[in-house]
Design a protein around this ligand. Structure first.
Ligand SMILES: [Zn+2]
Length: 442
């Protein structure tokens, strides 16, 4: 029986109880949280070791990233040849579609290790990945799943189906991977049907994706209305806007994630609401690609579940939350907005999204939930209570260093030391592979 205490910390439970416990402790047993309370009380109750001393630290549920691209690692520092991209379409064509086509099996593997390490370093314990590697499609999701299992994290994986290289490329990889999932532990690895975006798939390809989703009873993970190109393409080729086209093709529903939704109009927001489809906001990525500001506050107002992702730019979730807060304040020229909503994306809606996709309870510290934690160095300079928590989260905890990361009771990092990878060695190998890859593209 594997049991231990995390003790002497400030425990932020979130979840239904939503308590902040000073000098708090958590009793972990066989990968689950069994009890939460004051350190003195839990030490009295349980005869087991204190494996994690969280003195001067805040113990939170592990963070969840609702949209990631592990394959984006090799883009770091790379300057695509030719003129700088201006439109979103140029960004796709000149950078991303050149980079993903150059990925070999080895590059897929090493590009995954780096963000997995960064997830561990930032307390991101669960993520949803959207993968593309057109030159090595078959088996690519297994390479990722093996890497995720090695890291000890939880991930939902999918391949971005697209017609840009050949019609329906990736459909079979999603099918194969979903079919293989019975041989993996569903508490750690799951899958969906990935689709790149409306503008790169025909109706016929959408029908093939639908077959796979129905066969395995899963939803879709796709970019929606990121740049203006998506609805321009839908209007030109199908006589309707992006979300209308997707709903018409039944690519929607309460297990489906629309990523971005920057360029959606009122009617499309109503369709997203009426179909119960979830949305994922990626503020840093939207700013980086200069595609616009997603109507996140409007979608929340309609009751849509809007989560938060990094779109491959990073693996650190609190910083995305702060950017969402600042972006929407600036966008509305109103300092009163987004203070509650930005944290809601991360600590409520990402939890709801993950709990629809994984068979274990995530995102809260309470008995029965999975023992996934981000433990941060943080000595609060002002009172830390339920009333002040959001202020501490946005202006303080966001910059706090994660000291310890735990998934399913397994300690993946402690005293800031990643235990599951030889980090300098992995990075050295990755730099070599990236150098070859850059040369091939240039
Ligand atoms: Zn993306």
């Amino acid at each position: 029986m594997d049991e231990y205490l995390i003790a002497n910390g400030t425990v932020v439970t979130l979840g239904d109880n939503d308590e902040i416990i000073d000098d708090g402790a958590v009793y972990v047993k066989n990968g689950s949280i069994e009890d939460v309370g004051k350190t003195a009380e839990l030490k009295e109750k349980y005869d087991c070791p204190v494996k994690v001393d969280a003195t001067d630290q805040v113990v939170m549920p592990g963070f969840i990233c609702a949209h990631h691209h592990l394959y984006s690692t090799m883009a770091r520092g790379f300057t695509p040849p030719g003129e700088p991209a201006y439109t979103f379409e140029e960004i796709l064509e000149r950078l991303w579609w050149k980079l993903d086509r150059a990925l070999t099996e080895e590059a897929v593997e090493y590009s995954a290790y780096i963000p997995l390490i960064e997830c561990i370093r930032n307390g991101t314990t669960t993520f949803l990945d959207h993968h593309a590697s057109p030159s090595c499609v078959d088996g690519s999701l297994d390479i990722l799943a093996d890497a995720v299992e090695q890291a000890g994290l939880r991930a939902n994986l999918s391949y971005e189906v697209s017609d840009r290289n050949e019609p329906g490329q990736g459909v079979e990889e999603n099918r194969r991977f979903l079919d293989s999932l019975s041989s993996r532990d569903s508490e750690f690895i799951g899958g969906m049907v990935g689709i790149h975006a409306s503008l790169t798939v025909s109706d016929d390809t959408l029908a093939r994706c639908r077959e796979v989703a129905e066969e395995f009873d899963v939803g879709y993970h796709l970019h929606v209305a990121e740049g203006v190109e998506d609805h321009q393409d839908a209007l030109e080729n199908y006589g309707m806007r992006t979300v209308e086209r997707l709903v018409e093709n039944d690519i929607c529903g309460d297990d489906t994630l629309y990523i971005h939704c920057v360029n959606v109009n009122e009617k499309e927001i109503e369709l997203i609401r009426d179909t119960g489809t979830m949305v994922v906001h990626n503020p840093e990525s939207n700013m980086n690609n200069a595609v616009g500001v997603a109507p996140v506050l409007e979608m929340l107002e309609e009751g849509i579940t809007v989560g938060l992702g990094t779109d491959g730019m990073a693996s650190d979730m609190p910083s995305q939350m702060r950017v969402a807060h600042l972006l929407h304040q600036l966008d509305k020229s109103d300092p009163r907005v987004a203070f509650v909503e930005a944290p809601e994306l991360l600590i409520q809606n990402n939890v709801e999204i993950a709990n629809r996709l994984f068979p274990v309870e995530l995102g809260k510290i309470e008995p029965g939930a999975a023992a996934d934690f981000a433990i941060l160095d943080y000595s609060a300079p002002t009172e830390l209570s339920g009333d002040t928590f959001l202020g501490h989260l946005i202006y303080g905890l966001v910059d706090a260093t994660v000291d310890t990361t735990i998934v399913n009771g397994n300690i993946l990092m402690q005293d800031k030391e990643v235990k599951v990878f030889d980090v300098p060695e992995v990075a050295r190998e990755c730099r070599e592979i990236a150098g070859d890859l850059w040369q091939r593209i240039s």
